[in-house]
Design a protein around this ligand. Structure first.
Ligand SMILES: [Zn+2]
Ligand SMILES: [Zn+2]
Length: 183
């Protein structure tokens, strides 16, 4: 690992909270993508990413690519796969990285992390064209107060019932925290 990559790894560990093989997956893919395209991380929405997992690797993508949940250029499509599609908005093109890295079994967590950061890319993942078109840019949503609880709510979170505009909680939508993010 060169110095730039080592620094990026430290930054990602700091963001994620611990060093782990899952984080290494996201960091490795993000760094290889940026290096292959000779580009820098996204300050704004230059890049977009779709992750098919919501595990540790997603934090590697957020830290390194600048595709983050809050900025609206990260999509979580929960499929339980270590698959990541990364798009460049300027070209509209995307690449799909499908992680293959085995290395389980006799390797320790630390050894796996090391392997994922340092082994040749072709031993770790497969790359192909993205399967779907570039996702749309984030839009700024209008908010208005719920007419029952008064809490300011963005429009997609509002429903109309008997002439009143109300939030999903007051509408009585059941809360299911067992599913974190569903697309
Ligand atoms: Zn982790
Ligand atoms: Zn309400």
């Amino acid at each position: 690992m060169n110095e730039k990559r080592a620094r990026a790894w430290t930054k990602a560990v700091d963001f994620h909270g611990h060093s782990c093989p899952g984080l290494a997956i996201g960091v490795r893919i993000a760094l290889d993508y940026l290096e292959d395209l000779k580009i820098e991380r996204a300050g704004d929405e230059e890049l977009a990413a779709v992750a098919e997992t919501d595990a540790c690797a997603v934090d590697g993508l957020q830290a390194i690519l600048g595709c983050t949940a809050g900025k609206g250029n990260l999509w979580l499509r929960r499929r339980g796969k270590q698959v990541f599609s990364i798009y460049q908005r300027a070209s509209g093109r995307g690449r799909r990285y499908c992680w293959q890295g085995d290395g389980r079994g006799e390797l320790s967590r630390e050894e796996r992390t090391e392997l994922y950061l340092k082994a040749p890319g072709e031993n770790l993942y497969r790359v192909s064209e993205a399967r779907w078109p570039l996702p749309p840019e984030a839009s700024v949503l209008k908010s208005r107060p719920c007419q029952i609880c008064g809490e300011l709510t963005a429009e997609p979170g509002l429903r109309l019932r008997e002439g009143q505009v109300i939030c999903l909680d007051c509408y009585g939508l059941p809360l299911d925290l067992s599913r974190r993010i569903v697309l």
